[in-house]
Ligand binder design. Structure first.
Ligand code: NIG
Ligand code: FE
Length: 426
């Protein structure tokens, strides 16, 4: 019989649809076998659930949200691109740098050269920064190896991160990210290699559960992207796309035809693209970190996405070139400030809709009976505060699969007493 934990005296932002934040005041949350066994108003708590609890935790009136989900990251890579940041500040554009052989290709060089242990160590720092803010599920893309060996190394590191930290990792193969130097001038041959050699191997070894492509002038054409989608879906893998980031290539509509999990970026999405997404089940993933860092001026058409009822997710896009970000909470603020999402839409973007963008909406993303007991207990007095403040981490406890994740130093540390007058704190 597994341990039954009962959280009482909590305010639940369940993030289910139908009422603001799906809020339940003066709530209780009963957990069993890593799942949510019951939730609702404390006054409605069945007495047998109360009496059979092995442990009762007083939430002291705090707010609880679903565990945060970062549904679009490239956080496994080696090195950094601070030099390109400096070049861009001198006037060079992201596209120019990429065309000169920098950009993604420079990270490919560093990632190929790094051994697995170094890659793991460098990636841990970025992952733990997210976990510290209440992320319990993260998607991690490959795409900085491009050859079979390095792509497998990246995806193995993603798996090792999942084994080492209390987080669910969704590994995505992003072979069609950039053309590797050994295929210079032969992009169709590279797509053949992706479809015929890499995809079947990754599917057989279950190293990736989804496949992504960068459909862009400096990436791959819609035709090449479609070849990747055909091969991936033929192997039973779900697809997703980097679409309409720098120009409108019709990538979102292509993704919708393949019932993609998500279409991501979308600054240049047209009305036809938004209409195509409607009803396809494909989630629009907005990435305000990349928009900000590239100093873009064209915002994704949020009003169109609303009008066509396309679910919107928000993510860090953690990567060395366009979004060296380690904070999903900051993205909530940016999604509101830069893209004019409401705080509730932003929070749905890192919970309910992010779960859908990963195909995990039956298991995570909202607080509901039967779902995984992944949640965050916050030191806030209303949910909008999560999007309102930036550079502040009000995370109190992270619970994953029913257990408090207590490795964060600030959670484990006892409350500090003030130092005696005249003495510096240690
Ligand atoms: O999501 N657009 C393509 N991929 C990344 C950037 C990759 C890089 O510059 O290293 C993105 O923005
Ligand atoms: Fe990306």
């Amino acid at each position: 019989m597994s341990r039954r934990t009962l959280w009482t005296n909590v305010q639940l932002a369940t993030m289910t649809e139908g009422s603001p934040y799906g809020a339940v005041r003066d709530g209780a949350l009963a957990l069993s076998e890593g799942k949510i066994a019951w939730l609702g108003r404390f006054k409605d708590l069945p007495s047998e659930i109360h009496s059979s609890a092995d442990e009762v935790i007083d939430g002291q009136g705090r707010w609880v949200t679903p565990g945060l989900i970062d549904c679009h990251t490239h956080l496994v890579y080696a090195g950094h691109r601070a030099g390109e940041f400096e070049m861009r500040l001198q006037g060079a554009s992201y596209e120019e740098i990429a065309r000169r052989g920098g950009g993604i290709r420079s990270t490919v060089g560093a990632t190929r050269a790094a051994d697995e242990a170094a890659l793991l160590q460098q990636s841990e720092r970025r992952l733990t920064s997210l976990l510290n803010e209440g992320v319990t599920t993260v998607e991690i893309k490959s795409g900085y190896g491009l050859d079979l060996e390095t792509e497998m190394k990246i995806l193995r590191v993603a798996g090792r991160l999942a084994g080492k930290f209390p987080v669910t990792v969704c590994p995505t193969y992003l072979g069609a990210h950039a053309l590797p130097p050994e295929f210079e001038g032969r992009s169709d041959a590279y797509i053949d290699f992706v479809c015929r050699e890499v995809l079947p191997r990754l599917a057989a070894e279950k190293l990736a559960t989804a496949v992504d492509a960068f459909c862009e002038r400096i990436g791959f054409t819609p035709e090449q992207t479609e070849r990747v989608f055909k091969a991936a879906t033929g192997l039973g893998l779900r697809v997703k796309i980097h679409a309409e980031q720098l120009s409108d290539q019709g990538g979102a509509a292509l993704a919708a035809r393949y019932k993609a999990l998500s279409a991501d970026h979308l600054e240049h999405l047209s009305e036809a693209g938004a209409r195509a997404l409607a009803g396809s089940g494909t989630v629009a993933v907005l990435l305000p970190g990349a928009f900000y860092f590239l100093r873009e001026t064209r915002v994704p058409p949020v009003d169109l996405l609303r009008r066509y009822s396309v679910p919107m997710a928000v993510s860090t896009d953690s990567n060395p070139g366009t979004s060296p970000a380690g904070s999903l909470l900051l993205m909530l603020n940016m999604a509101c400030t830069l893209f004019r999402l409401t705080p509730e839409e932003a929070l749905a973007g890192v919970t309910r809709n992010a779960a859908k963008a990963l195909g995990l909406e039956k298991r995570i993303g909202t607080l509901e009976r039967g779902k995984d007991a992944d949640f965050v207990v916050w030191d806030i007095s209303e949910p909008a505060e999560l999007a309102y403040a930036f550079g502040i981490n009000p995370r109190r406890f992270v619970v994953r699969h029913g257990n408090i994740v207590n490795w964060f130093p600030s959670v484990a540390a006892p409350p500090c007493s003030p130092p005696p007058p005249g003495e510096c704190p240690p």
